[in-house]
Design a protein around this ligand. Structure first.
Ligand code: ADP
Ligand code: DP6
Ligand code: CO
Length: 361
């Protein structure tokens, strides 16, 4: 490092959207490396809607690694943060900015400390995949800062070690997380199935039923399911492999009926696994159930699916309408049947194509 100028700060800011699984990841075969028991498929939201913005900085004047999440300092001592930081530092490359007199050699990155400030523009730990956008953004911004040469799939394998679902947020459009076979995790990574433009008729609407932090984190929920649910074993071995093939086909052919049928069934089976866990885990609430019944009834009355629904590990509904016309109807009906709650601090708002409703819950 150039000794004469020790006051410099190098900084990178990145923004990463969240992703919502349509074939769910639930269960690890390796807790430390975060290796899943089945493949999963997700859709990444538009970057300007539900997203994380992270700024990472490095300077010789920083004396330890620090992180702020939503303006509150959090500890980086957890294994997941440490694993991501270690992997990124291992892959870091030489960096030079002649104008500023900054020269960092590969070995110097080990000694330089980082400061990380991250902000989620949507509820954290409420079942809208904040860990996905959060760790994807962390890895992406650190990789830019430390001049990594790895491609997106290789970076996804690092983000996976922060939070499994994060590996899929390194890509836009439809993304598959391949579970892999290698017990060291080298082949457990994300690949893009189709880009953002492939099926742009679809409109995603998110109804925030509750923005409160969930009682059981995804990590501990899936650990308990792996330990106690027989349905999880059956799902991972017998059900998901077939659904993955069918879902890839549905996405390729823009076959909304199959897509919706698979996404809804998979969400329901994931929540059935949660109920099959001992003690049972309840992520959905009455409002979530009413939304499911409502969409099911609507789809039946139309003779074919118009809207797909899926719920991650929380009560919030993600609905995918087959086109803009259906999305407009869906929004109107949701606002009528599930009016925004004036008692909460949240208002309903519409964001371009992707809408968010805050509902009474
Ligand atoms: P969610 O359903 O929101 O993904 P999880 O239980 O999977 O909930 O994960 C929540 C955890 O993810 C948080 O407690 C925090 O540790 C981590 N997380 C959330 N946002 C970020 C972020 N922007 N950067 C780093 N980690 C984050
Ligand atoms: C229901 O990726 O949040 O959203 O790997 O322990 O961090 P960790 O869990 P996380 O789990 C996501 C579970 C899910 C389904 C999915 O996103 O595939
Ligand atoms: Co998560």
């Amino acid at each position: 490092m150039a000794e004469e100028s020790v006051n410099w700060v190098l900084m990178v800011t990145a923004q990463t959207p969240t992703n919502i699984a349509v074939i769910k990841y639930w269960g690890k075969r390796d807790e430390t490396l975060i290796l899943p028991v089945n493949d999963s498929i997700s859709v990444t939201l538009d970057p300007d809607h539900l997203c994380t913005t992270t700024t990472v900085a490095v300077s010789p004047s920083f004396d330890h690694d620090r992180m702020w999440l939503n303006a509150k300092e959090i500890s980086l001592s957890g294994g997941r943060f440490q694993n991501c930081l270690r992997e990124i530092r291992n892959c870091a490359c030489d960096f030079e900015d002649k104008q500023k007199g900054i020269k960092i050699e590969k070995k110097d990155w080990e000694k330089l400390h980082v400061h990380i400030a991250s902000y989620n523009n949507f509820p954290t730990a409420a079942g809208l995949a904040s860990s996905a956008a959060g760790f994807a953004c962390l890895v992406f911004s650190l990789a830019k800062l430390m001049n990594l040469r790895e491609d997106q799939s290789q970076l996804s394998a690092i983000a996976r070690q922060g939070s499994g679902s994060a590996c899929r947020s390194l890509f836009g459009g439809f993304v598959k997380w391949i579970m892999g076979k290698d017990e060291r995790g080298s082949d457990s990574l994300a690949v893009q199935l189709a880009d953002e433009e492939h099926w742009n008729d679809l409109v995603i609407i998110i109804a925030v039923v509750s923005s409160r932090q969930k009682e059981t984190s995804s990590t501990s929920g899936m650990r308990e399911s792996v330990e106690t649910s027989l349905l999880l074993q059956h799902r991972a071995k017998e059900v998901v492999p077939k659904r993955i093939v069918q879902m890839e086909e549905a996405i390729k052919n823009r076959d909304f009926s199959s897509f919706a049928q698979l996404a809804c069934a998979d969400s329901n089976q994931f929540h059935a696994v949660c109920l099959d866990t001992s003690p049972p885990i309840f992520y959905m609430n009455d409002t979530s159930h009413r939304i499911i019944s409502y969409v099911e009834k609507w789809n039946r009355s139309e003779g074919s699916p118009q809207v797909a629904y899926t719920f991650d590990a929380g009560p919030n509904a993600v609905m995918i309408a087959r086109n803009r016309k259906v999305a407009t109807q869906l929004l109107q009906r949701l606002l009528f049947f599930f009016p925004p709650n004036p008692d909460t601090d949240l208002n309903s708002y519409v964001l371009g194509d992707k809408s968010i409703l805050h509902d009474a819950g």
